[in-house]
Design a protein around this ligand. Sequence first.
Ligand SMILES: [Zn+2]
Length: 304
Amino acid sequence: MNILNFISHFPDEQSCELYLKAHREKQGIHCKNCKKCTKHYWFSTRKFFECSICRRRTSLKSGTVMENSNLSLHTWFAAFLLMSATKKGLSCMELQRQLGLKKYDTAFRLMHKIRAVMGKRDNSYMLKGMVEYDEAYVEKAIDAKLKKQLKRGKGSQRQVIVAVAAESTPLLEEESEKTSRHCGFFRMKVIPRADAESVNEFVEENIDRKSVVFTDKNKAYVHLERLVETHVKVKSSESTANEELNWVHTAISNLKKNLLGIYHMVTERYIQNYIDEFVYKLNRRYFGEKLFDRLIIAAVQTYV
Ligand SMILES: [Zn+2]
């Protein structure tokens, strides 16, 4: 959906309410008392559903990301549009200005709630087939005084370690007989250390057991063959381009540009949320205007 469609579909609060009501009815309304989806009646003046069995009331926002928020649905929907309309991301100041929010903090919390929805949506998917794996070292925001005391360089306390995996299928180009690699879905998670334990945990949670995983020859990957069907170690260094790990390295470089370019420095506490937004958009890079439609569906999905 583009901005013109948005204006005609969602001109006011009522249109957003009608959309949310229709979507929730289609999905089935879960009663917390009966602990299942039951038939509900809609009370249009007070705007709530009532369970036909136990008469428990459920508000329109209940169970969705918008629950406990004082912001109007119209503001939320406009935030979904703004966050999905930009490929690279939007700064919090910009969102605050565009939505006319009085407080920076309100915009900040709103954006992080939407990022959490994006992360949750992607968490349900396991990477499969041929998968590239490596780690990214991302600079984090730290207090200037403390920064001087910390070491520089790869793996220092100034950085956050991010596990990065990408589905990557080799394709043979008939004319040149060269193979190129086509990328599918990506996953990125902050991990505590770049050691075997942390890497294994990431692989178990994010990569299907029947996959073929490509990594460099780092010692942290010695036990990966137990977790996946085949583990292929390829020779790689930062200075030489490596075809087998091309997509993870491209994604790492774009992630760093994204985080530095739009958000400058990000604190460790929120870095996973920014990464979730980056990966959500990366995984839906061919969606175009449909990104808004997908995001709104993910966001109004109840957490039952
Ligand atoms: Zn009930």
